[in-house]
Design a protein around this ligand. Sequence first.
Ligand code: 4NP
Length: 150
Amino acid sequence: MTKVLMVCLGNICRSPLAEGILQFKVDASKVQVDSAGMQGYHVGELPDKRSIKVAGENLIDITDQRARLFQVSDFDTYDFIYAMDTSVYKNLIEKASSEKEKTKVKLILNEVFPDENMDVPDPYHSSLFAFRNVYTMLDEACDIISKDLE
Ligand code: 4NP
Protein backbone atom coordinates (compact mmCIF):
# COMPACT_ATOMS: atom_id res chain seq x y z
CA MET A 1 0.00 0.00 0.00
CA THR A 2 1.34 3.41 -1.02
CA LYS A 3 0.23 6.24 1.24
CA VAL A 4 -0.09 9.82 -0.01
CA LEU A 5 -0.83 12.93 2.08
CA MET A 6 -2.06 16.23 0.62
CA VAL A 7 -1.32 19.31 2.76
CA CYS A 8 -2.53 22.92 2.65
CA LEU A 9 -3.07 25.62 5.27
CA GLY A 10 -6.59 25.01 6.56
CA ASN A 11 -7.39 21.53 5.15
CA ILE A 12 -10.78 22.78 4.00
CA CYS A 13 -10.24 24.12 0.44
CA ARG A 14 -7.28 22.80 -1.58
CA SER A 15 -6.02 19.61 0.08
CA PRO A 16 -9.52 18.05 0.45
CA LEU A 17 -9.94 18.51 -3.31
CA ALA A 18 -6.50 17.02 -3.95
CA GLU A 19 -7.35 14.05 -1.70
CA GLY A 20 -10.69 13.45 -3.44
CA ILE A 21 -9.28 13.79 -6.95
CA LEU A 22 -6.28 11.49 -6.41
CA GLN A 23 -8.35 8.87 -4.57
CA PHE A 24 -10.80 8.91 -7.53
CA LYS A 25 -7.96 8.21 -9.99
CA VAL A 26 -6.18 5.37 -8.16
CA ASP A 27 -6.95 1.80 -7.13
CA ALA A 28 -8.03 2.14 -3.48
CA SER A 29 -6.63 -1.31 -2.71
CA LYS A 30 -3.16 -0.06 -3.70
CA VAL A 31 -3.09 3.65 -2.82
CA GLN A 32 -4.42 5.36 0.30
CA VAL A 33 -4.86 9.14 0.22
CA ASP A 34 -5.44 11.53 3.13
CA SER A 35 -5.11 15.28 3.70
CA ALA A 36 -4.15 17.63 6.52
CA GLY A 37 -3.61 21.32 7.30
CA MET A 38 -0.78 23.32 8.85
CA GLN A 39 -3.09 25.42 11.05
CA GLY A 40 -5.91 24.33 13.31
CA TYR A 41 -8.67 26.93 12.82
CA HIS A 42 -10.95 24.51 10.96
CA VAL A 43 -10.13 21.18 12.62
CA GLY A 44 -13.11 18.81 12.60
CA GLU A 45 -14.96 20.78 9.92
CA LEU A 46 -16.27 19.57 6.58
CA PRO A 47 -14.48 20.83 3.47
CA ASP A 48 -15.50 24.34 2.36
CA LYS A 49 -18.91 24.35 0.61
CA ARG A 50 -17.25 25.59 -2.59
CA SER A 51 -14.78 22.67 -2.63
CA ILE A 52 -17.68 20.26 -2.04
CA LYS A 53 -19.58 21.88 -4.93
CA VAL A 54 -16.70 21.83 -7.41
CA ALA A 55 -15.83 18.23 -6.50
CA GLY A 56 -19.50 17.31 -6.97
CA GLU A 57 -19.56 18.96 -10.40
CA ASN A 58 -16.88 16.39 -11.27
CA LEU A 59 -18.77 13.49 -9.63
CA ILE A 60 -16.42 13.30 -6.65
CA ASP A 61 -17.90 13.20 -3.14
CA ILE A 62 -15.64 14.71 -0.46
CA THR A 63 -18.26 15.06 2.28
CA ASP A 64 -16.77 12.19 4.30
CA GLN A 65 -13.66 14.31 4.95
CA ARG A 66 -12.99 16.28 8.16
CA ALA A 67 -10.16 18.78 8.61
CA ARG A 68 -7.20 17.72 10.70
CA LEU A 69 -3.80 19.12 11.60
CA PHE A 70 -0.57 17.80 10.10
CA GLN A 71 1.36 15.82 12.72
CA VAL A 72 5.09 15.03 12.64
CA SER A 73 4.12 11.33 12.88
CA ASP A 74 2.69 11.75 9.34
CA PHE A 75 6.31 11.66 8.13
CA ASP A 76 6.43 8.01 9.27
CA THR A 77 2.99 7.07 7.94
CA TYR A 78 3.14 8.55 4.42
CA ASP A 79 5.38 7.79 1.44
CA PHE A 80 4.64 11.05 -0.42
CA ILE A 81 3.59 14.36 1.13
CA TYR A 82 2.38 16.96 -1.36
CA ALA A 83 2.35 20.63 -0.34
CA MET A 84 -0.17 22.87 -2.12
CA ASP A 85 2.11 25.93 -2.01
CA THR A 86 5.65 27.04 -1.24
CA SER A 87 4.77 28.36 2.22
CA VAL A 88 3.32 24.98 3.25
CA TYR A 89 6.32 23.28 1.62
CA LYS A 90 8.80 25.33 3.68
CA ASN A 91 6.82 24.74 6.85
CA LEU A 92 6.84 20.96 6.23
CA ILE A 93 10.59 20.94 5.50
CA GLU A 94 11.17 22.80 8.79
CA LYS A 95 9.22 20.11 10.66
CA ALA A 96 11.11 17.23 9.01
CA SER A 97 13.75 15.70 11.26
CA SER A 98 15.81 13.78 8.69
CA GLU A 99 16.82 13.85 5.01
CA LYS A 100 14.57 10.83 4.46
CA GLU A 101 11.57 12.80 5.77
CA LYS A 102 12.49 15.84 3.66
CA THR A 103 12.64 13.80 0.46
CA LYS A 104 9.01 12.74 1.02
CA VAL A 105 7.86 16.38 0.74
CA LYS A 106 7.04 17.64 -2.75
CA LEU A 107 5.40 20.73 -4.19
CA ILE A 108 2.37 19.39 -6.02
CA LEU A 109 2.48 21.62 -9.13
CA ASN A 110 6.10 20.62 -9.76
CA GLU A 111 4.53 17.38 -11.05
CA VAL A 112 3.07 19.43 -13.92
CA PHE A 113 5.69 22.21 -14.20
CA PRO A 114 8.96 20.67 -12.93
CA ASP A 115 11.19 23.04 -10.93
CA GLU A 116 8.86 26.03 -11.49
CA ASN A 117 7.83 26.01 -7.79
CA MET A 118 4.32 27.24 -8.59
CA ASP A 119 1.62 27.55 -5.93
CA VAL A 120 -1.94 26.29 -6.03
CA PRO A 121 -3.42 29.70 -5.11
CA ASP A 122 -5.32 29.86 -1.81
CA PRO A 123 -8.97 30.29 -2.94
CA TYR A 124 -10.43 30.88 0.56
CA HIS A 125 -11.18 34.59 0.06
CA SER A 126 -12.06 34.21 -3.62
CA SER A 127 -15.01 33.11 -5.74
CA LEU A 128 -16.24 29.75 -6.97
CA PHE A 129 -14.31 30.50 -10.16
CA ALA A 130 -11.06 30.33 -8.13
CA PHE A 131 -12.11 26.92 -6.77
CA ARG A 132 -12.75 25.67 -10.31
CA ASN A 133 -9.27 26.89 -11.26
CA VAL A 134 -7.81 25.04 -8.25
CA TYR A 135 -9.68 21.92 -9.35
CA THR A 136 -8.24 22.09 -12.87
CA MET A 137 -4.67 22.47 -11.56
CA LEU A 138 -5.05 19.62 -9.09
CA ASP A 139 -6.73 17.37 -11.66
CA GLU A 140 -3.73 17.75 -13.96
CA ALA A 141 -1.23 17.14 -11.13
CA CYS A 142 -3.16 14.11 -9.81
CA ASP A 143 -3.32 12.62 -13.31
CA ILE A 144 0.49 12.57 -13.39
CA ILE A 145 0.80 11.37 -9.78
CA SER A 146 -1.69 8.53 -10.34
CA LYS A 147 0.12 7.36 -13.50
CA ASP A 148 3.46 7.40 -11.65
CA LEU A 149 1.91 5.26 -8.90
CA GLU A 150 0.61 2.59 -11.33
P1 4NP B 1 -6.86 25.90 2.36
O1 4NP B 1 -7.56 27.35 2.40
O2 4NP B 1 -5.50 26.07 2.98
O3 4NP B 1 -6.82 25.58 0.91
O4 4NP B 1 -7.76 24.98 3.15
C1 4NP B 1 -7.66 28.10 3.58
C2 4NP B 1 -8.71 27.88 4.44
C3 4NP B 1 -8.83 28.65 5.59
C4 4NP B 1 -7.90 29.62 5.86
C5 4NP B 1 -6.84 29.84 4.99
C6 4NP B 1 -6.72 29.08 3.86
N1 4NP B 1 -8.05 30.43 7.02
O5 4NP B 1 -7.21 31.32 7.22
O6 4NP B 1 -8.97 30.21 7.80
